[in-house]
Design a protein around this ligand. Sequence first.
Ligand code: BGC
Length: 304
Amino acid sequence: MTTMTAPRGTMTSARVRDVMPEQLPRIVMPQCDVRKVLRGQKALVTGANSGIGRAVAIALCQAGADVVINYRSGDEEAMRVVEDATHCGCKTNGRAIVHKADVSKEDEVRAMYERMFAEFGTIDILVANAGLQKDATFEDMSLEQWNTVIGVNLTGQFLCCRQAVREFKRRGVRPDVSCAAGKIICMSSVHDAIPWAGHVNYAASKGGVMLMMKSIAQEVAPYRIRVNSICPGAVRTPINRPAWETPQAYRELLKLIPYKRIGEPDDIARAAVWLASDEADYITGINLYIDGGMTLYPGFEAGG
Ligand code: BGC
């Protein structure tokens, strides 16, 4: 057997992996102008009192949409999102209201849409974001842990998407508002593609979201309804705090992220605004991975 060695002076893959984060270029975060690309649109963001949902709700509002901030617990947190979304001194922001509902309950979802229609008249954009983790090793995972995660992450998205599609089809396209009759963004995860030991319920729910989203997209495209998923990697939110809150944990996390920084909620929010806008009008049925390269099999930087 012959072994190949890299020529002298070549940066081997092993050396790339061994570079310490402090030797890499300084992180510069994007400073992007707010553009009113969603003016006059009505949006619902579920699970919008914290993390990614919060950032998305604020960004939609700043882009000019009126937004329903759905949440399940944490009244004060939800009210603070309304303030952040509407009271930043910019009069061209949309309006925001809060609505408490458990997205896994059909009657609560129905009531949430009724309230939204009473307040805002209709819906143009759904961001089905509410999601949670109940982690356990597979053999210890209880049926309750399984059902809770599937109930919120998958059934919750089904219930919210169904209600939105009914309204989009009833109302149709209003060309002065958008080219599409409606836009749905399912908040998924890199774990719709990357298996995740110790999180079987979560990965199953996100894998389910992927084919649910694509099947809905195929079915409703003729009605000019666009349905897509955003698949975040590791984003700095409460759901994954242990993965970034200590320097050691963060260093370990960076081994999974070729771009060598954690994602921030605004990384997702900017993409959600764009995907919901007419700038993305010909896009339906896609998984948009926003993950700093986490889905690039970073383990293969130095192997294979
Ligand atoms: C999970 C996070 C995790 C990330 C990357 C997300 O979907 O909610 O806890 O850090 O995937 O593994």
